[in-house]
Ligand binder design. Structure first.
Ligand SMILES: Cc1ncc(C[n+]2csc(CCOP(=O)(O)OP(=O)(O)O)c2C)c(N)n1
Ligand SMILES: [Mg+2]
Length: 562
């Protein structure tokens, strides 16, 4: 009779799992014992946070469910940041944790933590499995919830004695959800209401979020937007949904969004939202957000509605269904002439007015890298100023081409996430962009990179500061740079060498015309090398990201210089 561990692994295989990231320990040892013969490839990271971010990166790049495995207690607590991250950014993720023996649960046993309680508010669904017979249905249900509706993280916490026990096993089971309850806000006649709103709108705009990509509705959305020809912008996770050369596309909106997008959102009278949560980095001051707008929200998760402002019309459902149905309605009417509005919103006078003085070399460096990236590349950004420069400058050509921790903003995400991305996209160039601060949160994963040989290209924008926090200190705290100085950073090139990874360094001088021919060659060989490579760029310590909508300000109150 198979043991619980073998059954669990068979169930994972039945869900299509081929790759898992993890870190072993006492309570999860029975599962590790069976891994080698399970048909599942396991990648040992150097920290559980690395494992969960790698699983997330894999999921974000491929659309598959990411799988992370950890032991009880400290193993499980180390997963928590990644679980929260996956929840915020709608990433399908299954975490399997070992738990202490069922008879010891609740006794403060060695390495016992209440994983169920601890992850309750961070997961879509979680379960403590005490006995072997609960394993197959728990795994089936976990995958169902991770994938369905608005995707997200789930946790299956399995007592170690359930993994060791044996039972007759007829094979993996399927989970049958209850039939969907009727849509609360959903309205089968939404087409008529929406057409009426469109017909009276003078300044309509569209906002594209992650949901548009997750639903696989990109082609339908583009067809709809091409028809509507209304000014369109994206959240950080919506980047790549609309190609950046599209004439009506204004780029990213929000705190570090483009001037054109923020002004259009401030002035619109009809805002069509496609799969976005409208978080405060997008809205600025919620009470002064899109003050003239009626809002139509296309959304799969009713919990995301009316959080900032109530919407005029909620179109609940999978965007892969609701967008085509809207398109078929809208094709039948003649649309108002919005060309004058489009000209204003996309006009020259709305282009950036940013002098970008101190940031210019770093931005040029990124531009030069991005310009060299093949079409199907993936850029993975960490959190901070470098992330916003990357989001502003990278023209992702595919919906999964720009990956970052947006909702949680978890520093340390990029390096391990890039590993997961590269394993999912072995032929793509994977460019990981990190800050000097964030890189030091998970640099141990260089060992994982070395062991796998994943040829990821790691860039560190080294401004010797926790730059984004320092920027706020400069602008809003009277230049009191409290505890953001990183001038005692290690030599990152030496660090790379210690892990047997090639490293090199560039600075502002390298971007000057005199040296550019050499730099250009260095960038080419950095990107085309079949090996993992690390490149640090020495950035001016007081370079800032602009435009910026100060926290709590109205979107039109962007600042463009210090
Ligand atoms: C885990 C974590 N801790 C703290 C923060 C707060 N925070 C946001 S950006 C930032 C600075 C990032 O510094 P660095 O990685 O050097 O990037 P830079 O902004 O300098 O480009 C900090 C501390 C965070 N987002 N995540
Ligand atoms: Mg920094």
């Amino acid at each position: 009779m198979p043991r619980g561990a073998e059954i669990a692994l068979q169930c994972l295989r039945a869900e299509g799992v081929e790759l898992a990231f993890g870190y072993p320990g006492g309570a999860i040892m029975p599962l590790y014992d069976g891994l080698r013969t399970s048909g599942i490839r396991h990648v040992l990271t150097r920290h559980e946070q690395g494992a969960v971010f790698a699983a997330e990166g894999h999921a974000r790049a491929t659309g598959k469910v990411g799988v992370a495995i950890a032991t009880s207690g400290p193993g499980a607590t180390n997963l928590v940041t990644g679980i929260a991250d996956a929840k915020m950014d709608s990433v399908p993720l299954v975490c399997i944790t070992g738990q202490v023996r069922s008879s010891l649960i609740g006794s403060d046993a060695f390495q016992e933590t209440d994983v169920f309680g601890m992850t309750l508010s961070l997961t879509k669904w979680n379960r403590l499995v005490r006995t072997i017979d609960e394993i197959p249905p728990a795994i089936a249900e976990a995958f169902h919830w991770a994938r369905s509706g608005r995707p997200g993280p789930v946790v299956v916490d399995i007592a170690t004695d359930a993994l060791k026990a044996s039972m007759e096993f007829a094979g993996p089971v399927k989970f049958h959800p209850h039939p969907k309850p009727a849509d609360v806000h959903g309205d089968s006649t939404f087409g008529e209401t929406l057409i009426a709103l469109l017909e009276t709108a003078k300044r309509p705009v569209a906002l594209v979020g992650a949901g548009a990509k997750l639903s696989g509705a990109i082609a339908d959305l583009r067809r709809l937007l091409d028809h509507l020809q209304i000014p369109t912008f994206a959240t950080v996770h919506g980047l790549g949904a609309v190609p950046s050369g599209t004439p009506y596309y204004l780029g990213m909106v929000g705190m570090h969004g483009t001037r054109a997008a923020n002004l259009a959102l401030d002035e619109t009278d009809l805002l069509l939202v496609f799969g976005a949560r409208l978080d405060d980095r997008v809205t600025g001051d919620p009470s002064r957000f899109a003050p003239h707008a009626r809002i139509v929200h296309f959304e799969i998760d009713p919990a995301q509605l009316d959080r900032v402002r109530s919407c005029e019309l909620a179109v609940i459902g999978d965007l892969a269904e609701t967008i085509p149905s809207f398109y078929s309605e809208v094709r039948r009417i003649s649309l108002p002439d919005w060309s004058a509005w489009r000209t204003i919103a996309c006009g020259e006078e709305r282009a950036e007015q940013d002098p970008r003085g101190l940031a210019a070399p770093a931005i040029r460096f990124l531009d030069e890298l991005f310009r060299r990236l093949p079409e199907e590349s993936v850029v993975v950004a960490d959190v901070g100023q470098h992330q916003m420069w990357a989001a502003q400058r990278y023209r992702a050509s595919s919906p999964r081409g720009f990956i970052t921790s947006g909702g949680l903003g978890a520093m340390g995400f990029a390096l391990p996430a890039a590993i997961g991305v590269q394993l999912g996209k072995p032929d793509a160039t994977v460019l990981c962009i990190s800050g000097d601060g964030g890189f030091q949160l998970n640099l141990q994963e260089l060992a994982t990179v070395r062991r796998l040989g994943t040829p990821i290209k790691i860039v560190i924008i080294d401004n010797k500061y926790l730059g984004m926090v320092r920027q706020w200190q400069q602008l809003f705290y009277g230049r009191n740079y409290a505890e953001t100085d990183m001038s005692d950073n290690p030599d990152f090139v030496e660090i790379a060498r210690a892990y047997r990874i090639n490293g090199r360094r560039l600075d502002a001088d390298a971007m000057g015309e005199a040296n550019f021919a050499v730099t250009s060659q260095a960038l080419d060989s950095f990107l085309t090398s079949p090996e993992p490579e690390l490149l640090t760029f020495e950035c001016h310590p007081e370079a800032n990201v602009f435009p910026m909508v100060p926290a709590g300000a109205r979107l039109s109150e962007m600042v463009f210089e210090d």
